[in-house]
Design a protein around this ligand. Sequence first.
Ligand code: 13P
Length: 364
Amino acid sequence: MKWSISYHEDHSSFRNLKREKELQMDNDKLRSVAKAIVANDKGILAADESSPTIKKRFDSIKVESTEQNRRRYREILFTTEGIERHIGGVILFDETLRQSTMDGIPFARLLSDKGIVPGIKVDKGAKALALYPGEKITEGLDSLRDRLIEYRELGAQFAKWRAVIEIDEHNVPSPFGIRANAHALARYAALCQEEDLVPIVEPEVLMDSSHGIERCEDITSRVLETVFSELDAHRVLFEGMLLKPNMVIAGKQCVRQNSVQEVAESTIRCMNRYVPAAVPGIVFLSGGQSAEDATVHLNAMNTMGPHPWQVSFSYGRALQAPVLAAWKGLESNVDVAQQVLLKRCRLNGLARNGKYSRDMEPGS
Ligand code: 13P
């Protein structure tokens, strides 16, 4: 937690001085966890699919979404040898944080023992924003403080909250929709820091519609500007958080798709304008890009460095889609699936330093 008691408020109280020292230590811990997650060649594996989302992923490979299959799949991911060289943090879902390996080692401990920081998705999903047709607001603030305390006891050291911003051809998102989501993100982030968890702040501008890259840049700019203004008003310590934004990219239905360089330049311009240098890392989401595109774009942004923040990844689909396709729910495919995961982690670890090239892709 960040704010310190000013001497003007109570300069005579020894107790306040002691508390100030404690708060400083809390801040140091937040800072060092945030930095560790994005150290050197590292990024984040987002494995926090909610039950409906993991069902969709399993449906695509015709695997039933049972508790047992979900546990086994996550075990395959987390026990992959060598991922710790490129993965600094893993985001878990509530169910997964309570699960263990076949040998009874809780996943959070397994990850910590490998030097990977365990994290937890704490939002309860995006729901319709009342009286604002076409817009969403993320829920989950009620009782969040209690849940954070429990998650910390279960081994989580960071958390994630995703706000969803849709774009249409007209007035969506509205300034109010952006503000409401930014406010919720900031309330979540402040609660996390109060409970000594590093907040990952994820305002995702979706790439599902037909907008061009200019509109994505405009909306992403408004969103980031509002998010950081709310975070500041809520006294969130920028040094003790990570930002997880979308890249600036045309919608999937847009007829004009941009070059890698255009995406990288628009994204970095937007981040330079709106993300304070005090934030230790920007960990991009993949948002529906192919695994290869997400890596290529990350690499291009890093070749434009140095940047004030680490420019890294927090990919869900871009790390896992090829793994699911290799696994298909079969034990006989586990080795191959783990090799595929390790390869994707390694390639993103290189891209995160601008050292990737397409000819490193399997089959090229
Ligand atoms: P994608 O990389 O699949 O967008 O997922 C990242 C994530 O955590 C979304 O909340």
